[in-house]
Every structure is written in structure tokens, then in C-alpha cells.
Design a protein around this ligand. Structure first.
Ligand code: IMP
Length: 195
């Protein structure tokens, strides 16, 4: 029997990514597929809290086993900011370009430019909640490099690489990224459940 899991997202790219690695026996569907068009609140002050809010919203309102993710860029010299506010760092009507402008301006004159992307996944399955975390460490460079990717990719140089996330192909990015790492931990857990 195939076990259906709802991924509490409207992001088509994330659905494609996870469907490419999900083990046989599981089917992943998005919010749209269960007819959920609600604006699910993301009002928590931590990544864990937001991932929990999204997963438990689906579990309570739709009764489905589900998981949700939340990601933030944590910059050491900014005491972990923008963190949970990464998407709206430059304000509610901001965008990726404005977010990067703000980040570079806040870091002006800073020698310590170390940062990390952190993803938390909250899974609720058979009434049990489990968390998975994926981290990639790196540095915020001084100017944008590369045209691929999204968000802060053009200014994030992962440790051990000489290309930013926006300069490396998607498959290399996925193999080392925060989200890729968290997703693979989720997959391992699901595989173990099947044994
Ligand atoms: P979300 O929780 O996946 O929606 O991510 C929140 C915000 O973090 C996004 O709007 C981006 O600003 C940033 N972000 C998340 N993942 C990435 C990434 O892989 N590269 C660059 N920025 C990212």
C-alpha cells in the first residue's frame, strides 16, 4: 500500500526535489493537491516553531500525515539574523534583491562574515512528531556572483567550494545544501519505517 504524505508547501520546485528522492511506497502531495488554499500562519520566532505550525495545521485540519520545512540564513556577526525572518528581511514588500542589499549593508566593515543556512523539517506521522535538521556553513561575500538559484544564493559561498550557490549547478547545490541534507535525513527515517 502506498502511504500518502502531505508536504505543507506551495513551492513546486520543492515538490519536484523531494519526489525525486522519496522511497517507493510513499507518495508526496502538496497543499494544492489536498485543496488547502489557506494562508497557514508562520508566526513563530524559531525555524522549528514555524515548521511545527505548518505541519500541525495540516495534521489538525486535514488529518493527513505530513511534513513542513522552514529555512533561515544565520549570520554570526548579526547574532544569527536574518534567521527566521530571512524571507522578509527587507520588509514585507521586499524581495531577494532588497534582502541581499540589506545584508551587505549590515555587514559593511565586518571582518567576520561566517554564516550558515539551516533547514528544519517537522514530520508528523502516525501521530508522532519528529524533527530533522540540515546545515551548510559558509561565508557571505562582498558582491553578488552567479545567476542561478534564488534568495541569498549569489552572496553565499559554501565552505570548501570556490563557487557561490548561484554559480554551481542545482545538482551540486542540492548535494551539499541545508535543505538537501535535511530532506535526506527525512528519507532515511521513512526508509527505516518501512523495514
Ligand atoms: P523557506 O523557509 O524555504 O521558504 O526559506 C525562507 C527564506 O530563506 C527564503 O525566502 C530565502 O530568502 C532564504 N532561503 C531559503 N533557502 C535558500 C537557498 O537555498 N538559497 C538562498 N536563500 C534561501
Amino acid at each position: 500500500m502506498v502511504q500518502k504524505l502531505v508536504f505543507a508547501t506551495n513551492n513546486a520546485h520543492k515538490l519536484v526535489e523531494i519526489r525525486g528522492i522519496i522511497p517507493e511506497g510513499f507518495q508526496v502531495v502538496g497543499l494544492i493537491d489536498i485543496g488547502c488554499t489557506d494562508d497557514i500562519p508562520e508566526t513563530a520566532s524559531t525555524l522549528e516553531g514555524n515548521a511545527d505550525l505548518k505541519a500541525s495545521y495540516v495534521y489538525k485540519n486535514f488529518g493527513s500525515d505530513c511534513f513542513a520545512d522552514d529555512t533561515g540564513l544565520e549570520v554570526d556577526a548579526l547574532n544569527g539574523k536574518p534567521g527566521v525572518f530571512s524571507a522578509r528581511y527587507a520588509g514585507e514588500d521586499g524581495n531577494a534583491g532588497k534582502n541581499i542589499d540589506k545584508l551587505l549593508s549590515e555587514l559593511q566593515g565586518q571582518e567576520n562574515r561566517s554564516a550558515r543556512f539551516r533547514t528544519v523539517i517537522s514530520l508528523i506521522i502516525k501521530g508522532k512528531a519528529v524533527h530533522f535538521e540540515g546545515i551548510v556553513d559558509g561565508t557571505i561575500i562582498h558582491e553578488r556572483r552567479g545567476a542561478d538559484g534564488f534568495g541569498y544564493d549569489p552572496v553565499f559561498l559554501p565552505d570548501g567550494y570556490d563557487k557561490t550557490f548561484a554559480e554551481m549547478g542545482l545538482s551540486l547545490k542540492n548535494s551539499i545544501s541545508h535543505r538537501g541534507r535535511a530532506m535526506r535525513k527525512l528519507i532515511e527515517y521513512l526508509k527505516e519505517m518501512q523495514m
